[in-house]
Design a protein around this ligand. Sequence first.
Ligand code: SF4
Length: 320
Amino acid sequence: MSTILEVKNLKKYFRTPKGLLHAVDDISFKAKQGETLGIVGESGCGKSTLGRAIIRLHEPTSGEVIFDGQDITKLSNKEFDKVRPDMQMIFQDPYSSINPRMSVSEIISEPLIIYKRFNNRQGIENEVARLMDTVGLARRFANSYPHELDGGRRQRIGVARALSLNPKFIVCDEPVSALDVSIQAQILNLMQDLQAERNLTYLFITHDLSVVKHISNNILVMYLGNMVEYASSKDIFKTRLHPYTKALLAAVPIPVLGMKKERKLLKGEITSPIEPKPGCRFASRCEYAKEKCSNEQPELIEALEGHFVACHYVKEINNI
Ligand code: SF4
């Protein structure tokens, strides 16, 4: 499969009264067409900012985002308008991401009207009905308002709207986190079916590792704006190498009655992402930290074939 997205040294900093907040700091990866890349990490690690910077909802501070062969960070707003339909987003909270004063059909048809996809009302109505069928939303809800629907149906509106311009790539920002577990499975299955039918590429942002395991081909782990581990989903769940990923996975509950799991709770203060000091940002919480960790930022290296880790002592810690 071909690469549809390549992100090179992407940075997004925000100016704050206390200094520059390094929300996304030097992230690089490739995503293949038709696959899902999971982005995981704790709240505040920069994963949503990364997704937004890729589709220019936040203008990147520096770096490249090569989508379909062109660096979209260099495009003017007018030029980027031509690319925007190919890059869409599904938001975490469907209720806050859609206009509560618009009916379901108005919400789904809005992008079609803005991008002039049809020149008559009937064409738009037919397309809205087709999109509602595609996402499993009964046509009788076309004139309903978001507050009249449950969370699962509201998220189906978000999916239909994201699909309306026939995109190639979708940033899915915690799309099932606000939903009940049974509804989560329905939406995840829907997203996987749509991916298979349309060869869609997903950037799937979540803090829920059981969800990311279910849906991702590859996983990128972030810690305080940095990329700390990147590998196939199978490799990460079988052989996590970075101390932070180990702690993250150790915290996932086992859904088996009576089965206990040894958990290592992370201790120590979280480093500030505002004007961060040199060194590994995980050092204050890492049980393996040595002097070098506080002075030198670790480079991302290929510790095992196709398995990249940013840790000075990855080989010693894992005996590899
Ligand atoms: Fe821990 Fe040092 Fe590795 Fe950072 S570089 S993860 S502090 S051992």
